[in-house]
Design a protein around this ligand. Structure first.
Ligand SMILES: Cc1cc2nc3c(=O)[nH]c(=O)nc-3n(C[C@H](O)[C@H](O)[C@H](O)COP(=O)(O)OP(=O)(O)OC[C@H]3O[C@@H](n4cnc5c(N)ncnc54)[C@H](O)[C@@H]3O)c2cc1C
Length: 448
């Protein structure tokens, strides 16, 4: 199919952000009498859900140490709840289970969740934490846990199903989605600032406004937009730090234990909340008892019929390469480089066994034949950048926090329609130069 010669709004990327923005922008334009979904074109170099959104574990939670992230997540959870069927959303709740070193941080999250009316329960102390956990799973055995934050909202959604659901909603509003159209450059006008056209593998598309939802490929689009490869950051020490790389890659490690998902039900036979455990208890091999680590470690997991087992992951690792040299394609399970190996399988299965007896001795049924894992592109402080560049390009760079952030597209759409968003304000690019940085937690994950 030929690309149109021109559109009002061009969206790059048919993942969670591109499609959520397109869908909500269509609604905004209609409501305000400013147009409709027919004014919007989404292009994707591969297909709907071909990027990180299509392989995400799908966890939706509020648990963040940063107040601005928490408020944004509370908003996103409302969007998930607005149409659970189309979004394939399972509101089973979420648990952050932590050691003493994270106790005070989690207590402050709980206090602030109360302040914004986000429902959660907070259990403190080793004995009470153990009692609470065994009340849910009678085989719970993780040691050294001194707090449990149980979020009653959130849960998880099925990755590709939710993105297809979102695409159908956008198309229902008249949005066009074109697969196999790769943006290879931009044409600039007006003092060489604003984008006047996308240059694509299928031809030139003139446009008035561009939204970038390119996920792990954001570094490439950033380069095509001729934006700076390094930034200056005013640090917590009040000093300016120059020449900090704008983008870096981390590889996420996830997989599936091939058990019947039903075997991870709670004591009362319900589907359990998503479990996230961080701990400094020594981790021993479930195969031979040898010590794997005595440093802080963490894992998350949930029963998932879509993946066909208990699915989850552990901490990602930094890809120590110039971002321009990282082989993003082929992406996800098709990558020869960025998929999990035996080390992850051994460690993650041992972590599961550390937490619950039912997972002991199950490493043999880990789903080894299904490749998993994938790259995420992170900003200098590992928090999102949501901002307008070159006058008319809205870049949604979620720093890999983003499947759960379904609501960001709604806020971006409102901004494009002319209404500034208080929730997006803490995520402007200018925060680096101004030193308006988000607080950092003690979690072993770069996204908590
Ligand atoms: C293994 C893994 C597990 C994760 N689990 C979770 C989780 O449980 N919860 C959570 O909240 N987040 C999770 N994340 C993070 C989350 O998946 C991402 O932050 C989010 O999906 C990014 O969405 P996006 O729309 O920006 O990008 P994507 O979903 O990656 O979509 C970008 C699209 O842009 C297209 N594209 C790229 N370049 C071009 C171009 N030049 N021209 C045209 N199209 C282009 C790609 O083909 C792709 O389809 C996970 C990430 C990974 C890798």
């Amino acid at each position: 199919m030929a690309v149109p010669s021109g559109v009002k709004y061009a969206v790059i990327g048919a993942g969670i952000h591109g499609l959520s923005t397109a869908y909500h922008l269509a609604l905004e334009l209609k409501t305000r009498g400013k147009g409709s979904g027919k004014d919007i074109l989404v292009v994707d170099k591969t297909a709907i859900a071909a990027g990180a959104s299509g392989i995400a574990c799908g966890v939706v939670r509020n648990n963040y140490f940063q107040p601005a992230m928490r408020e944004l997540m509370a908003h996103s959870v409302e969007v998930w709840e607005s149409d659970p069927k189309s979004y394939s959303y399972h509101p089973v709740g979420y648990m952050q289970i932590s050691p003493e070193v994270m106790h005070e941080g989690c207590a402050s999250i709980y206090r602030q969740q109360k302040a914004i009316g986000y429902p959660s329960t907070f259990i403190e102390g080793e004995k009470d934490s153990m009692r609470y956990m065994t009340g849910i799973f009678d085989d719970w055995q993780a040691r050294g846990i001194t707090s449990v934050l149980h979020e009653k909202k959130g849960g998880y959604a099925n990755n590709t199903a939710s993105i297809y659901g979102l695409a159908a909603k956008a198309e229902g509003e008249g949005v066009r989605i074109m697969s196999g159209v790769e943006v290879t450059g931009f044409e600039f006008g007006g003092n060489n600032r604003a984008v006047t056209a996308l240059l694509t593998s299928k031809g030139r598309i003139a446009c008035d406004y561009v939204v970038v939802g390119a996920g792990p490929w954001v570094n490439r689009i950033w380069n095509l937009l001729d934006l700076p490869k390094t930034v200056s950051i005013k640090g917590r020490d009040g000093m300016m730090h120059h020449g900090v790389r704008m983008w870096k890659y981390w590889c996420l490690e996830e997989g599936t234990l091939g058990v019947d998902p039903d075997m991870h039900k709670t004591n009362d036979g319900s589907m359990p909340p998503v479990i996230h455990v961080d701990t400094d208890a020594p981790l021993h091999s479930d195969i031979d008892g040898s010590l794997i680590t005595d440093k802080l470690w963490g894992l998350y997991y949930k029963p998932d019929f879509n993946f066909g087992g208990v699915q989850g992951g552990s901490s990602p690792y930094v890809v120590d390469q110039d971002p321009d040299d990282v082989a993003i394609d082929p992406y996800g399970p098709d990558s020869p480089d960025f998929i999990v190996g035996d080390n992850f399988i051994h460690t993650w299965c041992s972590m599961l066994a550390h937490c619950q007896k039912r997972f002991e001795g199950k490493i043999g049924i880990y789903k080894k034949d299904e490749k998993s894992g994938g790259l995420g592109c992170f900003t200098p402080d590992s928090f999102p950048v949501f901002d307008v560049f070159r006058d008319n390009v809205f870049v949604i760079a979620d720093s890999n926090h983003g499947y759960k952030m379904l609501g960001v597209g709604k806020l971006v759409a409102q901004e494009i329609a002319g209404e500034k968003s208080r929730l997006l304000e803490p995520f402007r690019f200018s925060r680096y130069a101004e030193g308006k940085l988000h607080p950092v937690s003690k979690s072993p994950f770069p996204w908590s």
